[in-house]
Design a binder for this molecule. Structure first.
Ligand code: RB5
Length: 148
């Protein structure tokens, strides 16, 4: 499994923690930035991660901004992306199992680093259940394709 990560300045510190956490587990990752504490715009980094995931270059994405809100909104504008803003492990697991989320967003100014790592692990470990959830995700895709 290959993972894309990215953040703005508000998520930099937590993104670095997550990057190291995944590297320690031997999971191949690409860090799309930002790489310094200089102020940047979160949509730029949500877009880079989301486009790489949508193109199939990476299996899943993890994005971080101050709250996780702005970058999650940006990611969900990229066709093919289902980004879930998660602040607990149960939601992260369900985001995979029920929503087939391919990106999660975290709040760097909201979450402690240990909880954030557990959220990431829950998201990556869980698998989409399909079945009735597939029908619902297909309906989301229909909305995206303006087919409803
Ligand atoms: C940047 O200060 C902050 O607005 C951003 O990181 C994020 O929280 C936006 O949703």
């Amino acid at each position: 499994m290959k993972i894309a990560v990215g953040s703005d300045h508000g998520g930099l510190e937590l993104k670095e923690e997550i990057r190291k956490h995944l590297e320690d587990k031997g999971i191949p990752i690409k860090d799309f930035g930002t790489y310094s504490e200089d102020s940047v715009d979160y949509p730029d980094f949500g877009k880079k991660v989301s486009e790489a995931v949508a193109k199939g270059e990476y299996d899943k994405g993890i994005v971080v901004c101050g709250t996780g809100i702005g970058i999650s909104i940006a990611c969900n504008k990229v066709k093919g992306i289902r980004c879930a803003l998660c602040s607990d492990t149960y939601s992260a697991k369900m985001a995979s199992m029920h929503n087939n989320a391919n990106v999660i967003a975290l709040g760097g100014r909201v979450l402690g680093k240990d909880l954030a790592k557990e959220i990431v692990d829950s998201f990556l470990k869980a698998e989409f259940e399909g079945g009735r959830h597939e029908r619902r995700v297909d309906k989301i895709i229909d909305i995206e394709n303006n087919m409803l």
